[in-house]
Design a binder for this molecule. Structure first.
Ligand SMILES: *[C@@H]1O[C@H](CO)[C@@H](O)[C@H](O)[C@H]1NC(C)=O
Ligand SMILES: *[C@@H]1O[C@H](CO)[C@@H](O)[C@H](O)[C@H]1NC(C)=O
Ligand SMILES: *[C@@H]1O[C@H](CO)[C@@H](O)[C@H](O)[C@H]1NC(C)=O
Ligand SMILES: *[C@@H]1O[C@H](CO)[C@@H](O)[C@H](O)[C@H]1NC(C)=O
Length: 468
């Protein structure tokens, strides 16, 4: 995906409040916590005293054969007190984790966030709470078939985020992402060429050791570009990866099942690919087809058509609806699909008005496309007052007649319609490219969380008329 080029829960049901409300609630909770802490302290000492007494009795009994002079009476007392109170203080500082347990209901929807910029900004605790899966695009597969962190000190940041995630949201799946592009938009095709060269075993070996070494939950492979080439080798790779990870689960007696997910392109409309899709979906946990206005893009250099970045409907060049319908009708498993949403827009200078409410929405151009993360929208001097609505595609845009600048972007309004669409069609999740492009208030992520209707796993009806 080219957005990377320019860089730029709560339970699904109980997260109906905004961050402001949430913070107020947390503040209130902190006062409560403070009182609670005093009570705990008051209870701690006597409790520790009693436990200490019991412990000493135990030591004194003939069964226990330790040199008892090492453990003094007061020692145990204070130790227990410290331990109990440290545990509590730890919970206190993790900002209401005790009573704010995520995902206690049985909603199976996924909210998947790609994090693409390993430098800055980082992931906030609020974001970690709201996601079910976070995919950190911090690594690449080196031609020598080892997984390497990209950038400076990325390994440390990776470890920090993982630690925070485990503390704040134990249900959150922490994954790495590899694939066609690295987060600088440089082609990262080594995984593809290695597969082609039948070097899959060593790549799979390096993935499994990485997953085990860093104690993470899985891997996402981003193949929106290379999937079309040699799909059967790609599927074989995923199949072998699944087998290997299952072996690791069994050997280590793990309760968890590693997650494997795929990001695939929108345009794969022929029968051969239908077959491949049905084949691969049984090995993976979910698939995200990404529709974005960049087909024919050559290493991030050329965008041929002006228009919305990711329209829900309209046009003759595909859209989100056609993409999701194709995947749902082919696989008959909408709950294994995510709808991909983009937290960035695309703009062009010096162009003619790209679309109106009639006819095709796309306009060819030779001008350079620029990408704009949602978080940079207001900062870069764009005004929200100038946003217009394009009904046919259900997207927002800005058209400046003086500079002849067109910007197509995802807004709260367009995102809300996409969420309704996903709910109506039993789509199992939303995958966001990328959460670091959201603003500090998580405006767009909040729309996703708030508008996600709880989906039970068994609910897998295809709502499309697939014969059309
Ligand atoms: C205590 O430990 C010593 C050395 O470890 C051992 O020889 C002795 O039998 C133990 N006594 C009891 C009561 O278990
Ligand atoms: C692979 O390449 C990386 C980066 O050059 C290097 O740090 C690593 O040691 C190499 N691993 C092997 C097994 O060659
Ligand atoms: C638009 O085109 C004019 C004339 O072709 C040029 O002078 C101007 O710099 C261009 N503006 C931008 C923003 O590219
Ligand atoms: C969304 O798009 C559909 C299909 O083009 C259109 O009928 C509908 O009016 C649009 N909705 C909004 C709110 O613009």
């Amino acid at each position: 995906m080219s957005s990377d080029r320019n860089r730029s829960t709560q339970p699904l049901l109980s997260s109906q409040f905004s961050d402001v409300e949430h913070n107020t609630a947390v503040q209130f909770k902190k006062y409560n916590n403070l009182i609670f802490c005093f009570i705990i302290l008051a209870v701690c000492a006597p409790l520790a005293y009693i436990l200490g007494q019991l412990f000493l009795k135990y030591i004194e009994s003939e069964d226990f054969n330790t040199s008892r002079e090492k453990i003094s009476y007061e020692g145990i007392d204070t130790l227990l007190q410290k331990v109990l109170c440290h545990v509590y203080v730890l919970l206190y500082f993790t900002d209401g984790v005790v009573s704010d347990q995520p995902f206690t209901n049985d909603c199976k929807n996924r909210i998947v966030g790609y994090h693409i910029n390993w430098e800055t900004p980082t992931i906030s605790v609020n974001q970690l709470r709201k996601l079910t899966h976070v995919i950190l695009r911090y690594v690449k597969i080196h031609p020598n078939r080892t997984i390497q962190f990209v950038g400076d000190k990325t390994d440390k940041k990776f470890a920090e985020i993982k630690r925070a995630a485990r503390k704040v949201n134990p249900q959150l799946k922490v994954m790495i992402g590899v694939g066609d592009w690295d987060s600088l938009g440089q082609s990262q095709s080594s995984i593809t060429s290695l597969i082609k060269n039948k070097e899959t075993k060593r790549v799979i070996q390096s993935i499994t050791s990485f997953v085990a070494l860093h104690d993470i939950d899985g891997i996402d492979v981003f193949w929106t570009y290379s999937w079309r080439r040699r799909p059967s080798e790609h599927i074989q790779f995923i199949n072998e990866l699944r087998e290997k990870l299952t072996k690791v689960e069994v050997r280590n007696g793990l309760q968890k099942r590693f997650v494997i997910s795929l990001a695939l392109p929108a345009y794969i409309l022929n029968n051969e690919y239908r077959h491949h899709l049905n084949n691969v979906i049984s090995y993976v946990d979910f698939i995200t087809p990404f529709f974005y206005n960049l087909p024919g893009l050559n290493h991030g250099k050329l965008i041929k058509f002006i228009g919305p970045t990711s329209p829900l409907y309209g046009g003759n060049r595909g859209n989100v609806d056609e993409t999701m319908k194709y995947y749902a009708c082919t696989t008959k498993k909408p709950n294994k699909l995510n709808m991909g949403v983009l937290f960035y827009g695309t703009y062009w200078h010096n162009v003619s008005l790209p679309f109106d409410n009639t006819g095709d929405i796309w306009t060819p151009t030779d001008n350079t496309a620029h990408q704009l993360a949602w978080r940079d929208f207001k900062r870069s001097g764009w005004s929200s007052n100038t946003i217009s609505w394009h009904e046919q595609s259900n997207t927002s845009y800005i058209w400046n007649t003086e500079t002849r600048t067109f910007l197509g972007l995802e807004t709260e309004q367009s995102l809300r319609l996409k969420m309704m669409y996903a709910n109506d069609n039993n789509i199992g999740g939303i995958a966001i490219w990328a959460i670091d492009q959201d603003d500090d208030g998580n405006t767009l992520l909040n729309v996703v969380v708030k508008e996600t209707k709880c989906l039970k796993v068994e609910f897998n009806e295809v709502e499309y008329s697939c014969d059309d």
